[in-house]
Ligand binder design. Sequence first.
Ligand code: 0ZP
Length: 331
Amino acid sequence: GTGSAAAVPINADFDIAYVTPVTLGTPPQTLQLDFDSGSSDLWVFSSHLPTSQIRGQQIYAPNKSSTAKLLDGHSWSITYGDGSGSRGNVYTDNVTVGGLTVGSQAIECAQQVSSSFTTEDHIDGLVGLGFSTLNTVSPKSQLTFFDNAKSNLDSPVFTADLKYKQAGTYDFGFIDEAKYTGEITYVPVNSDPGYWTFPSSGYAVGSGNFTASSISGIADTGTSLVYLPTAIVTAYYRQVQGATNSRSYGGYVFPCASTLPTFTFGVGAARFTIPAAYLNYAPVTPGSATCFGGLQSSSGVGINIWGDVALKAAFVVFNGGNPPTIGWAAK
Ligand code: 0ZP
């Protein structure tokens, strides 16, 4: 089988995250979930949360699903790179994404979420699409939706076609040739850390020369921005009038009216260019004349991350075959 579902930016002004409709249980309960290739837990706002922690999110109520089963004695707890987190208990139930159903998926029901989740009313939970080794359910770790679906997929892949300030798509089990141009360039993935880690072959700032250098990083649909080594980031902001690394804003900022260069990165012999508009991420506060950059230093993060700012400049194939690979194509 296959599945295909929309990935919609939660905020029309800037693409901080994308959500996809997912149906859970019988009869179906529909939630808007953030598909995250940087983690491996499928967790949801649930009827087990105190009402004080819910502010407009849709919830999954296992007691209203005839197919829900408690995974007795199991619990989960996750903390993300940005410090947000959640925890709770576990059920199994049917999960459907864009017409693709998994019969006995572990659905981690939140009993507690951090305040950043409570105040983000457009995200009802996450679907982890990293490698299942990262799953936090204990005592028995659970498989991701993708791993559970894999044996029934026409091809063991999912693809991300994220778009700038508009809806894109996540496809499962097939590669839609209408969504890209030219060839797809595949490179090896190191799944040991549990992420989709791959080597980039180098970079260029604006129309400058391409610097060949292998940069290991992860393709992370759940991270808004791109985080790269300091030397690359400083080379980029040297070309931006008035850019400073701001302690108070936690990264590079510049006057919103400044002209930004594009940023090109390599995957094998292929080159992908992030348009200047994607790199002028957003005003630091609504209406501010100071803008936050879409490219930031990875020194505080500890890992290079190709987040949505890079992913939406391409069509990306997450190939879960053996061995896994990642493919990038222009669009
Ligand atoms: C984000 O990208 C945020 C947005 C965000 C965070 C910090 C600074 C930002 C500056 C400008 C713009 C965005 C920024 C994602 C986000 C989007 C929308 C609403 C949110 C509400 C609350 C909290 C976050 C929201 N976060 C990145 C992240 O943690 C990582 C980051 N690292 C930021 C440094 N700075 N992403 C995780 C998924 C998020 C979690 C999805 C929060 C939305 C909700 C993971 O993809 C990250 C991954 C590890 C990372 C090192 C690759 C991870 O934490 N995996 C968990 C595993 C546990 C390892 C076993």
